[in-house]
Design a protein around this ligand. Structure first.
Ligand code: ASP
Length: 325
C-alpha cells in the first residue's frame, strides 16, 4: 500500500506488563502518544517538512513527564540531568546533535540549532547551551526536570551500585508523578523519538533522552550518535532507536538497517528484523526502534516486553501500542 505521508514515534522500550499497569496509567500513556503523533502529523498534513514533523512530535514527548526526555529525564550519578538529542534530514543527510544538556527545556531544539546554525554536527555541554542561549531557546532551572519517581529510581540504582535503564509505568495521574512504580528495575528503558515521511517524499528522524539512571563520567549513549540512535536517508529509511545504548552503539543500529536496505536490497521490515532480533537480541541488546521507508511503510520492531509506540498515516489510521501483543 502506498502512504503519501506518515509518522511513527516511540516513548521507550522495556519491561512493560499489563499486570502492573493501571487502566488510568495506560490511558495517560496512550493519550500522550496520540497527542504527540497528532502534533507531528499536523505538520505533515499541512505540507510541512518531515524534519519539522519529527521535531514537533519529540517536543511534545519531551514536555510530558511520563517519558525519559526533557522534563521526565532520569538522574545521573551526581543527581542532576544530562540530556542527549539528535535529528537528521533524509534529503541531504544534514544532522544536528547535542550531549549533556542540563537546562535547555527541549534538547531536540538545541540539536536542530546545531544543524541549522552551525557548521558542526555534534556539540557537547556547555557549548551547546551557549548556542541555545544565543538563539533564545527557553532554559529551565533544575527543579523543572525533577520528578520524584526518577529520583527514587536513582536512589535504588545507587543502592544497587549500577547504571540502569529506567522507564517506569505511571501508576497515577500526570499531576502526581511521585506515584510512578517500577516493575522490574533491571529492565527499564526510556527515550523518545520519531520518524516521518512528508508529502514531498522526504524522510527525517529525531531522538531525545535523559540516558540511563546513575550514569557517570559524562557517559553518552546511542541517542545523540548519528548512525546509532538516529539516521535518515531518503534513499533508504529513517530510524529512531530506544534501548541499552552501549549495545546500540556497538551495533551501529540505525545505519546498519539502512545499509541492509541499500547494499542487500532488503525491505524495511526484513532489515529491521535482522538487526533487532538477530543481531541485538542474542547479545543482550534489549530495545527497539521506529522506522519508515521511502514509500511510507512503517516498522515498529522491538525485542523487549513492550515499547510505547504510535503511528499515523495519511490514510488517517492511528495506531497506538504498548505491549508485545
Ligand atoms: N538509548 C538510551 C541510552 O542508552 C536509553 C534508552 O533508550 O532508554 O542513553
Amino acid at each position: 500500500m502506498d502512504f503519501p505521508f506518515a509518522l511513527a514515534l516511540h516513548g521507550g522500550a522495556g519491561t512493560i506488563s499489563r499486570t502492573l499497569m493501571t487502566a488510568e496509567a495506560e490511558q495517560n500513556y496512550r493519550q500522550a502518544l496520540q497527542l504527540a503523533a497528532e502534533a507531528g502529523y499536523d505538520v505533515l498534513r499541512h505540507g510541512g517538512a518531515a524534519l519539522d514533523a519529527v521535531e514537533t512530535a519529540v517536543v511534545s514527548l519531551e514536555n510530558c513527564p511520563l517519558f525519559n526526555a526533557g522534563c521526565g529525564a532520569v538522574f545521573t550519578h551526581e543527581g542532576h540531568h544530562e540530556m542527549d538529542a539528535s535529528l537528521m534530514d533524509g534529503r541531504d543527510r544534514a544532522a544536528g546533535a547535542v550531549t549533556g544538556i542540563r537546562s535547555v527545556q527541549n534538547p531536540i531544539r538545541a540539536a536542530r540549532l546545531v544543524m541549522d546554525k552551525t557548521e558542526h554536527v555534534l556539540l557537547a555541554y556547555p557549548g551547546n547551551e551557549e548556542l541555545a542561549r544565543e538563539f533564545g531557546l527557553p532554559q529551565q532551572p533544575a527543579e523543572y526536570f525533577f520528578t520524584q519517581h526518577r529520583y527514587d529510581q536513582l536512589q535504588q540504582a545507587l543502592t544497587e551500585g549500577r547504571m540502569r535503564l529506567d522507564h517506569s509505568e505511571a501508576q497515577a495521574p500526570l499531576a502526581e508523578p511521585a506515584a510512578f512504580v517500577d516493575e522490574d528495575p533491571k529492565k527499564k528503558m526510556g527515550t523518545v523519538g520519531a520518524v516521518a515521511r512528508d508529502q514531498h517524499g522526504n524522510l527525517a528522524a529525531a531522538t531525545s533522552t535523559g540516558g540511563m539512571t546513575n550514569k557517570r563520567y559524562s557517559r553518552i549513549g546511542d541517542s545523540p550518535i548519528i548512525g546509532s540512535g538516529t539516521f535518515a536517508d531518503n534513499r533508504t529509511c529513517a530510524i529512531s532507536c530506544t534501548g541499552h545504548g552501549e549495545f546500540f552503539l556497538r551495533a551501529v543500529v540505525a545505519h546498519d538497517i539502512s545499509c541492509l536496505m541499500d547494499y542487500r536490497g532488503l525491505s524495511l521490515a526484513e532489515a529491521c528484523r535482522i538487526v533487532v532480533h538477530e543481531k541485538l537480541a542474542p547479545v543482550g541488546g534489549e530495545g527497539g526502534l521506529v522506522a519508515i521507508d521511502g514509500t511510507g511503510q512503517i516498522a515498529l520492531p522491538f525485542n523487549s516486553d513492550g515499547m510505547y509506540r504510535a503511528s499515523l498515516s495519511s490514510t488517517g489510521s492511528l495506531y497506538v501500542g504498548i505491549y508485545k501483543d
